[in-house]
Design a protein around this ligand. Structure first.
Ligand SMILES: [Zn+2]
Length: 114
């Protein structure tokens, strides 16, 4: 079992113990207590702050008057925006014929220690 570092992947113990510098606050932390986000190395405190900024939801609206609900459900899944994961499809608010598909940004994990 190798520890998983967010944005880096699974790291071996030797790499996990290597000290890295947080690019936000400059703190020196072990690799296993760091994370990579948008190409920057961050300590876990700064990672939690940054992820809030980057956590973006996308909502796409479909209309049941122009296509059947089953087609909307399929399209909501197959036409997810690149880099986003479908979270839910639900009825639009205050509407009997629109559907909303909600997507969340997916973090891209890179593998280390090949
Ligand atoms: Zn930091």
């Amino acid at each position: 079992m190798f520890p998983l570092v967010v944005g880096v992947g699974k790291v071996c113990i030797a790499d996990g113990m290597v000290k890295v510098e947080c690019e936000a606050c400059g703190a020196s932390v072990k690799r296993i207590t760091s994370a990579r986000l948008q190409g920057r190395t961050l300590c876990l405190t700064d990672y939690m702050k940054e992820i809030e900024k980057y956590r973006r939801h996308i909502v796409k609206t479909f209309d049941e008057e122009s296509e059947p609900a089953i087609a909307i459900l399929q399209r909501a899944h197959s036409e997810a925006p690149p880099g986003y994961t479908l979270l839910a499809v639900r009825r639009g608010r205050n509407s009997t014929h629109t559907w909303e598909a909600e997507y969340e940004k997916t973090e891209v994990f890179q593998m280390r220690c090949s």
